[in-house]
Design a protein around this ligand. Structure first.
Ligand code: UFG
Length: 320
């Protein structure tokens, strides 16, 4: 297929672009490089530098089979401080993309949605029919886009899939996480192991969980990319399907730090700090629907595999 990948210079977008090229697809990446890196765009992809809201119409005129839409603002904290940046950057941009798809008759869409659309969960294992009540602007914008996609898919016959990621981590060979300002747990712990930070802060140890620290469902970025390939294959014209992607097992912040200690052989000093605003205590996915309908089978579900791949990537970048 000929595919447009928005945000293909970012972490999840670049891994997906690499995986699509490996699978034999023709890939055009559009990225404005506001947070991505030009050298992260996999070889074998064409690259257009630009804002998707401005260039989508022109690019999609080139007759594409589908779009994988990763480009987004994705920092929860920032979304609370500067909501306009998120409503414009995520919702307005996505509407422009949907309009361009409609104009040019682009038949397929896979969208990066998020567990943040659910907010504070009512049950420990979150299914797609759980109430969507986002607790932050980031999640609210992604949910708004999901609603827009449903309308466009129904009205204009687009075969659309939203994949709701839980905590994406790990690396796919030379493609991994390299944010200018790192906020995610695993890369922060690995920075400590590399000597780039003195210690990791544990945001609260008084949560209602077994060891008092927050629990998350970590998913390997390569397994995530495999789900995108399956979503492209299984999409049905005029339907918008939504799938949660996680491994169904929760790990606490303390367990993640312990695993990083084992993998890196570094003692990784940790200190308890206050809770971080907007954090739910526990987020664990039920991915039964993706397994059943897409035939998705994660191959790298163990936390130490995920950390090992992230560590390999971080070490290689560190040593150049
Ligand atoms: N944490 C720490 N110390 C740190 C960083 C994080 O204790 O220095 C904790 C957080 O409080 C949280 C857990 O580690 O409990 C994981 O935090 P991350 O920042 O790595 O990830 P989040 O769970 O906050 O968010 C991620 C994505 C969001 C997405 C969400 C959905 O970044 O985009 O998963 O599950 F919405």
């Amino acid at each position: 297929m000929k595919l447009l990948v928005t945000g293909g210079a970012g972490y999840v977008g670049s891994v997906n672009a690499a995986r699509l090229v490996e699978a034999g697809h023709e890939v055009v990446v559009v990225d404005d490089l506001s947070t991505g890196h030009a050298d992260a765009v996999p070889s074998g992809c064409s690259f257009v530098r630009g804002d998707i809201a401005e260039v989508a119409g022109e690019v999609l005129a080139g007759s594409f089979d589908g779009v994988l839409h990763f480009a987004a603002k994705s920092l929860v904290g920032e979304s609370m401080e500067d909501p306009g940046k998120y409503w414009r950057g995520n919702v307005v941009t996505s509407l422009r993309l949907l309009d361009a798809m409609r104009e040019h008759g682009t038949p397929r869409l896979v969208f990066s949605s998020t567990a943040a659309t659910y907010g504070e969960p009512e049950s420990t294992s979150i299914r797609e029919d759980a109430p969507a009540r986002p607790t932050n602007t980031y999640g609210a914008t992604k949910l708004a886009i999901d609603h827009a996609i449903t309308s466009y898919a129904t009205a204009h016959g687009i075969a659309a899939t939203s994949l709701r990621y839980f905590n994406v981590a790990g690396a796919h060979g030379a493609f991994g996480e390299r944010h200018a300002v790192e906020t995610h747990l695993i890369p922060i712990v690995l920075q400590v192991a590399l000597g780039q930070r003195d210690q990791v802060q544990i945001f609260g140890d008084d949560w209602p969980t077994e060891d008092g620290t927050c629990v998350r469902d970590y998913i390997h970025v390569t397994d995530l990319a495999d789900a995108h390939l399956l979503a492209l294959e299984h999409a049905v014209a005029g339907e918008h399907r939504i799938y949660n992607l996680g491994n169904g097992t929760g790990f606490s912040v303390k367990q993640v730090i312990d695993t990083c200690r084992l993998v890196t052989g570094h003692p990784v000093p940790a200190a308890v700090a206050p809770r971080r605003a907007g954090d739910p205590a526990s987020l664990v996915a039920s991915s039964e629907r993706a397994r059943h309908e897409l035939g998705w089978r994660p191959q790298r579900a163990e936390l130490d595999t995920i950390v090992r791949d992230a560590w390999e990537f971080a070490r290689q970048r560190h040593t150049g």
